[in-house]
Structure formats: C-alpha cells, structure tokens
Ligand binder design. Sequence first.
Ligand SMILES: [Zn+2]
Length: 219
Amino acid sequence: MTTTLCSAWHVDRGLGLTTRQPAPRLDQPTTAYRILGLPDPLLRQGIAMHEAGHAVLMLRLGMPFTSVSVADDLGHGPDKQGSAGLVDFGASYSAPVPDVLLSSAAGERAQDRWLREAGLWTEDRAWVVEILAAHDRTIIDQAVRISHPDGPTYGVSSDPTVDLAALHDYVDVWLHGLWDQVVELASVLNRRGTLTGAQAAAITSFSSNGGTPESGVTE
Ligand SMILES: [Zn+2]
C-alpha cells in the first residue's frame, strides 16, 4: 500500500476540490477535454474504464444497479450539460457507507490506472480525471460527513472512511484484485455503449445483479 503525503494534495478553492495533482498552469481559458488531449476512441475507452471501475466494485459488493453506460457524445466536457457515462442504480438507493465510499472512488482510480497502463499518464491528465469525478467526490464527501462532520481529510490519516488518500489506496488494492474484470467489462461497454446490470454481472462472472427499476445515477 502506498503512502500519500499531505503536501501531495492541492486545494482548488475555485473548483471546490482538493486534488492529488496540481492544476495545470493555463495561459488562456480551455476545457478539461482539451487538457486531456485524447482522440475520441481513447477518450471513450477511458470513460468506459471509469464506469467499469464503479460497476465492478458494485457487483463485487452486492450493490445492484440497472445499467452502466458510456454517453454517445462522450459528455462534451465538464462545462456542458450531460455526463460522459453513468451507472444507473436507482432513485432511492441505500448501501453501507464503506461500500458507497469504495464504489464511488473506484471510477477515477480505474481511469487513472488505465492512463498509466496505456502509457498516457501525465500529471495534467490525472488532474482532469480527478475533476471529472467531482460528482463522485461529492457523494464521498456526503458519506464521510455522516460520521465525520468536518468532512474528508487528505493524506493525514490511514483511515479510508475519512481520508481520501487512504480511501484511494484502499480502492487501488480492490481494483488490483478485480482488474481483469474491470478491463473486460470496459471493453464490452466500449463496444456496446450500454449494458444492463445483469449483462455486466454475466460478463464479469458475478453470480447475479438484482437491478432496480427506478432511475437514479452516479456519473
Ligand atoms: Zn464516476
């Protein structure tokens, strides 16, 4: 398990996020996708890895979902409406806090690992992966505050239920053990765009996924 120093994290008050990587130095306004600088096929593959990371952890933890998908328009970037991908898990979802933390953090950590394995990782791209996970980070923030009203810490504790660095390290270990399934699910998701929870379970050889009829999403 790696150790993340507190000084490795960066507070961005404009974005309201604390990130592992520093924000790129920009000479002029741009978009997150321009900073990412990936052609659409690679952008789509990265989004599929992100959503597969969420989905495989949810399958492993027994958290049912209705579908997992990659948007045809790839999301346009964070300054436009619409999400690049999502796991539809039901409008009134309830799950144990540790499971919510793990599954919520798994998207960005899977995408970050994919960047590394594809030889595409740069500090700036990793920062974009973090800010595109702002919705996931919000869910994590809310889940942490149930028992820690001051909110998450960053690299100052080894407790994954309160410290995001510790949570990331913990999720990385889970993802390592499930990586073949994440890669396989992302590959099929990339080709087909949308999979039901049951299809995702079959692809990853998990025994079942109950699914839920209501609509609700995590991006
Ligand atoms: Zn996500």
